[in-house]
Ligand binder design. Structure first.
Ligand code: NI
Length: 234
């Protein structure tokens, strides 16, 4: 009896099993593949959005075109100790300017356009303020110390204003000062030898007699507007 049962069932079962098509899992598989792809797309979008937000708020203030936020969170941490050399070859630090306002601008004497415009505006503002300007020391700090020696700075600053202080120093000293002021600079193009341009931020910083950052002027602010705004702080 048992023998018969075996022989009767087995062959039928075997053939059925063998003729069975491969398990049809494709619809289910593509379903989970689709949702996984959706998950990745959403993830990428979320990360991109996060990066956008981060760039919006966290980009260093020295980057060209960036506006320094002075609003709700208080004054940004700009300025601080520096150790440089003036146009007469004398070593100076931030302590030498204590008790007076400082207008600080970072640039370089070979600058074809931006620096002369900003320094002219600064000089115009000082002239318009008359005696009141005596409380302000205009300071031009080079970001190109390799070419801007104290001698070169001396020749350059007197062209703009008799009181304009031109600060240079070693590459390291200049980098430290720029870093303290969150001023951006980089060598841009090297045509050959000494023929190169510098990228640099074009912000004029107003520092208080206590050495603390007060306000800034963006590139394009003319002397008249600068004088008007400076009056509010003097
Ligand atoms: Ni410049």
């Amino acid at each position: 009896m048992s023998d018969k049962k075996d022989t009767k069932e087995s062959p039928a079962m075997d053939t059925k099993k063998k003729s069975d098509p491969a398990p049809v899992e494709s619809p289910k598989k593509s379903d989970s593949g689709l949702s996984r792809r959706t998950f990745y797309i959403v993830l990428i979008l979320a990360v991109s959005f996060a990066i956008l937000i981060w760039r919006q708020y966290m980009v260093p203030v020295g980057t060209p075109g960036t506006v320094i936020s002075e609003s709700t969170t208080g004054k940004p941490k700009i300025g601080g100790p520096f150790s440089l050399v003036d146009q007469d070859g004398k070593a100076v630090t931030e302590a030498d300017f204590k008790g007076r306002f400082m207008l600080v601008y970072f640039g370089y004497t070979f600058c074809p356009d931006v620096c002369p415009t900003s320094l002219s505006a600064m000089a115009d503002a000082l002239d318009m303020l008359g005696d009141k300007a005596d409380r302000i020391v205009p300071v031009f700090i080079t970001v190109d110390p390799e070419r801007d020696t104290p001698e070169q700075m001396k020749m350059y600053v007197q062209y703009f204003h008799p009181r304009l202080v031109g600060l240079s120093g070693t590459v390291e000293q200049v980098a430290a000062a720029a870093n303290a002021y969150k001023a951006y600079f980089a060598k841009a193009t090297e045509v050959g030898g000494e023929d190169y341009l510098m990228d640099h931020s074009s912000i004029t910083y107003l520092m208080g007699p206590d050495g603390q950052f007060i306000s800034h002027f963006s590139h394009g602010v003319d002397g008249e507007e600068m004088a008007k705004r400076l009056k509010e702080f003097l």
